[in-house]
Design a protein around this ligand. Structure first.
Ligand code: ZN
Length: 224
């Protein structure tokens, strides 16, 4: 069951590797199906070796419906997110180094790049420390997410979410790009900030980005 979605998830795992968001088997990819089942990548498997049949199907309480692999060690925390945020249908957990580095120093990654505003929808908060594999990872994510599409887990990594897999992956990838740029700037001075209006405009513009979407209304493209 859900063969197409499982294939999308293993492909997303490869992309996480390609974009430097994880090494070997770190992190995980999960999705919620419209019928309520949760699909989660297995524990400790290298993404390039993973095939769709390795992805587990479970109910919202963690009872495995299909799959023989050991479930991700973060399953409890992930299920907490799906239970408490019905608008979230995909979660990508990574150990991406640049965003995690920002979280080692700051309590919140303030939006200072249009790409970050586009992909994450606002500032990205840093959660308190929680142990890997604990339900606290999920609780901290829900408590700090707000309207954003990502949080940085203190001393650990990132939880990126979305209404679908593509949105969660974009949030993780662009967060990492922005963190890399921010840290590069920080090495030579204090990075310039965006105004609240500039952030709002960048978030709104993103709704018109990509194929098959309406043309950007002129009033949105203004000099603030
Ligand atoms: Zn982790």
């Amino acid at each position: 069951m859900f063969e197409k979605e499982k294939a999308q998830m293993t492909k997303a795992g490869m992309k996480m590797d390609r974009y430097g968001l994880i090494a070997l088997s770190g992190g995980n990819v999960s999705m919620r199906m419209p019928s309520g089942e949760i699909l989660i990548t297995p524990s400790g498997m290298i993404y390039e070796d993973m095939v769709p049949a390795d992805v587990l199907v479970m109910d919202i309480d963690g009872n495995v419906i299909e799959g023989t692999r050991k479930t991700s060690s973060d399953t409890e925390g992930l299920l907490y997110i799906y239970k408490h945020r019905e608008d979230i249908n995909s979660v990508i957990h990574t150990h991406q180094p640049y965003a995690t580095a920002v979280g080692l120093v700051e309590d919140e990654f303030e939006v200072n790049l249009t790409t970050l505003a586009n992909a994450c929808g606002g500032n990205v908060k840093v959660t308190p420390f929680s142990s890997a594999g604990s339900v606290d990872m999920g609780i901290d994510t829900v408590e700090n997410l707000g309207d954003s599409l990502a949080v940085i887990l203190a001393n650990h990594g990132v939880m990126a979410v979305g209404e679908n897999l593509k949105q969660a992956l974009c949030a993780a990838v662009y967060l990492e790009e922005a963190a890399k740029t921010y840290l590069s700037a920080k090495a030579i001075g204090e990075p310039r900030k965006m105004t609240k209006e500039q952030v709002t405009q960048a978030v709104e513009l993103f709704h018109f980005y990509g194929q098959g979407t309406p043309v950007i209304p002129k009033e949105l493209v203004k000099r603030i």
